[in-house]
Design a protein around this ligand. Structure first.
Ligand code: ADP
Length: 259
């Protein structure tokens, strides 16, 4: 069951996002509970990535509000009303959220260790020793302990993506956003990245919001699947409901196109 607003970690309330004349999200309402893993599926252009980008504060809402942990996220309190959040407010909130993109976006001129420790040292103010210990632990989790002193260019795409996942987790986010993290990989490298994400799903209680075309993965790890079409939720349910017994024609034809 979707969480009620009182229990929700993330709430979208009547969120509209427009780019010029194009309405990408159309009065969208949904909530995500703490520890819940939600997969967003649907045709290209249906607004899935925009949802993640709003949570990463890479985009701003046009209308409506986003709440995270019961606090305004898209807006900030000023006196007794809410006004659009400014950069300082957003940057404080963004620290609780990690994102992994389709393209690996590692810092190319830094070793893996530096990639994993820079933000924890500078943003979270961890000591070098603490950040190093955390980096080592996370590299073990993603199976790349032996690459700690390598540069990204010395790694395969799959290995780079596993480092990118470790780097996101190094900030100890409460929410992990995954945007088609295997789409840019050669097919033989996909399974290794998905296995790492499965391990994270099984061994942590991090809240995950995931956009993916990997339906097997979505079925295995998600608690709930949201099917998007034209900036709205066309259908939602458990993976068994959505993949096993979809009700909406749009869901059926979408699944036929990807399975
Ligand atoms: P999805 O992830 O479901 O493929 P997106 O959220 O990436 O969909 O995009 C939804 C729509 O918004 C697409 O039509 C896309 O072209 C458009 N869009 C996304 N970002 C921008 C932008 N910065 N400027 C203009 N249009 C954009």
């Amino acid at each position: 069951m979707p969480p009620s607003d009182a229990q929700a970690l993330i709430t979208f309330d009547q969120v509209v996002k427009r780019f010029g004349d194009l309405t990408v999200l159309d009065h969208l309402d949904f909530s995500v509970a703490p520890g819940e893993r939600v997969t967003l599926i649907g045709p290209s252009g249906s607004g899935k990535t925009t949802i993640l980008r709003l949570l990463m504060t890479l985009e701003r809402v046009t209308e409506g509000t986003i709440m995270v942990e019961g606090e305004p996220f898209s807006h900030m309190p000023r006196g007794d009303r809410l006004v659009p959040a400014n950069e300082a407010y957003l940057s404080a909130r963004r620290k609780r959220i990690g994102m992994v993109f389709q393209q690996f976006n590692l810092f190319p001129n830094m070793t893996v260790r530096k990639n994993l420790t820079e933000a924890p040292v500078h943003v979270l103010k961890l000591s070098r020793a603490e950040a190093d210990a955390r980096a080592e632990e996370l590299l073990e989790l993603v199976g790349l302990s032996d690459k700690i002193d390598a540069h990204p260019t010395q790694l395969s795409g799959g290995q780079q993506q596993r480092v990118a996942i470790a780097r996101a987790l190094a900030m100890r986010p409460e929410i992990l956003l995954l945007d088609e993290v295997t789409s840019a990989l050669d097919p033989e490298l996909v399974a290794g990245v998905l296995d790492v994400l499965r391990t994270i799903a099984e061994t942590t209680d991090i809240t995950m919001l995931c956009v993916t075309h990997e339906m097997g993965f979505a079925r295995d790890v998600s608690h709930r699947v949201l099917m998007f079409d034209e900036g709205r939720i066309a259908e939602e349910g458990t993976p068994d409901e959505i993949f096993g017994d979809p009700r909406e024609e749009r869901t059926k034809s979408f699944l036929k196109s990807v399975l």
